[in-house]
Design a protein around this ligand. Sequence first.
Ligand SMILES: [Mg+2]
Length: 268
Amino acid sequence: MAEDLPVPPLLTGNLAFFFDLDGTLAEIKPHPDQVSIPPEVRAMLKRLSELNDGALALISGRSMKELDNLSLPFRFPLAGVHGAERRDISENTHLVTLPAELVATLQRDLEREMALMPGTELESKGMAFALHYRQAPEFETRILELARTYVRHNTLLALQPGKCVVEIKPKGISKGAAIAAFMDEAPFAGRQPVFVGDDLTDEAGFEVVNQRGGVTIKVGKGDTIAQWRLQSVREVHLWLEKLTLQQEQEKKHITERREGYESLSRSI
Ligand SMILES: [Mg+2]
């Protein structure tokens, strides 16, 4: 349907950037542990963040600990586990949790069930569980049904499907809610939001950013409510490079103009 979305423009003005990580900034790999953001892209993110007064955050299904490791040596504002964890620019952490007893039951039951499906993998994130089946796609239907069973019987839980993964997460959290929370705070508030993402979980983020008159960019194929499209992670990197360069030049012009005025006023 939306396959022919245009390539996003190079943006100007006061912007607030939000990036998904897997499949957006980093290529998807057979196992999540093999994923990395190229060092030059990490440096570019840092530069883009500086050019926009720190208004750049990573919004991911991964835990914040993993996000910090993947963005070394830099440290950005983060939303992890689809927004269940959030760290703002002042280093305050905001957490959504589930009752410990429920987490323990889920852990035990999911481990037992998934042991019967070789090649599937359970990832525990504290307040959420990712049921991976990338290595065993033949279990897709069984895994989805398993996840649905728990969500159907517990009003505290919600389902989050993704690429070869389905997650059980606390109800009410979403990447959209995380972006909205950032947009209420400095240095994001008052800026035009930009969100780049590739997966179903990013659609909630696109919705919030579209509502706020921002720029939404879908990476890769698939239906989306985003306004623009980049075809691959490589295209995201190239777009980022051009964008950072343009913002740097813009800033240089402004500084030169200001210095010009200052030397003019000194000479009068
Ligand atoms: Mg992704």
